[in-house]
Design a protein around this ligand. Sequence first.
Ligand SMILES: C[S@@+](CC[C@H](N)C(=O)[O-])C[C@H]1O[C@@H](n2cnc3c(N)ncnc32)[C@H](O)[C@@H]1O
Ligand SMILES: [Zn+2]
Length: 312
Amino acid sequence: MRWTCPSCQQPLSVRDDNKGLACQNNHQFDYAKQGYVNLLLADQKSSKNPGDNPEMIQARHRFLQQGFYLPLVERIAHHVNQRLDHVLAHKIHSTDAALTTLTLLDSGCGEGYYSRELAALIEQNIALYAFDISKAAVKKAAGLHKQASAQAVLQHAHSDKGYDFTAFFGVASSFNIPVQANSIDVALSVFAPFDEASVLATLAPNGIFIRVLPSNMHLQQLKSEIYQQANEHKAPKPLLQLQKIAQEHVTFTAHLTPTAYTQLRAMTPFNFSGNKNDSSSMNHQHTPQEQQATQPMTCDFILEVFTRHDNR
Ligand SMILES: C[S@@+](CC[C@H](N)C(=O)[O-])C[C@H]1O[C@@H](n2cnc3c(N)ncnc32)[C@H](O)[C@@H]1O
Ligand SMILES: [Zn+2]
């Protein structure tokens, strides 16, 4: 267990009653029904319910589960797999790599799509720590994991070759990551705010950090419909404390059904600057004929891989 107590920063472990976590100073965090813990202290919140709201989470889930962004997951997996031996090198006392566990952090995990799909593409035991500041997001991510575990879906996806997949979900802020220092092999931040110093502190000696952000042409058809002049995404801010070892533009075209188009609008910030009537179109049922008319949508991401400066 890599979670730490948000009050005293001591490691958390599972309580004897198996109903939650506790630290040595007896700070207690109960499991919610879906199996997550709330590690966000009241003074770390800027509002009562920070982060994405349930409607955005649901729209994103419905959109992502159709696989439109799978090409991006495959590129993330490529970068992880390429570095797997090096990332795990410090752990391997035994020469049997399958005995070691890759510790994965999904920072601002949303409904958990990327780490879920990524795990299925990595041939290694995985312990996932996924968190988001939005309780609705973590509830959804943990619920989906619980459901999939119960139905042995993940076992099928990941463990055909005998690998374990264990996942821990928490409500937490990426500006105060409640995870033990030097414990994470692969940290992931996909379209989510993050704090470089906090990520750096979590990374194991050979750990890597993968950041994915939208790039210039991302969703340009959608943007040009909303704005008179499509405003370009700014270049990602350079990081100062982490060292960039790889960068790649991931660009492809998704062919969206009208329903997927509506979901996409609802899951992006564009929804708020656009037409107020959009929420009603979310509930509009498209006929099978309408659904056949797909619309091309450019997807354009920038994926960057970083390590600690003391590691190459
Ligand atoms: C655009 S969504 C991306 C979610 C997910 N990574 C994905 O790509 O499906 C951004 C996420 O960051 C979360 N978020 C915003 N501020 C955060 C913070 N300070 N700490 C952790 N998560 C945060 C939001 O609640 C939301 O789920
Ligand atoms: Zn404590």
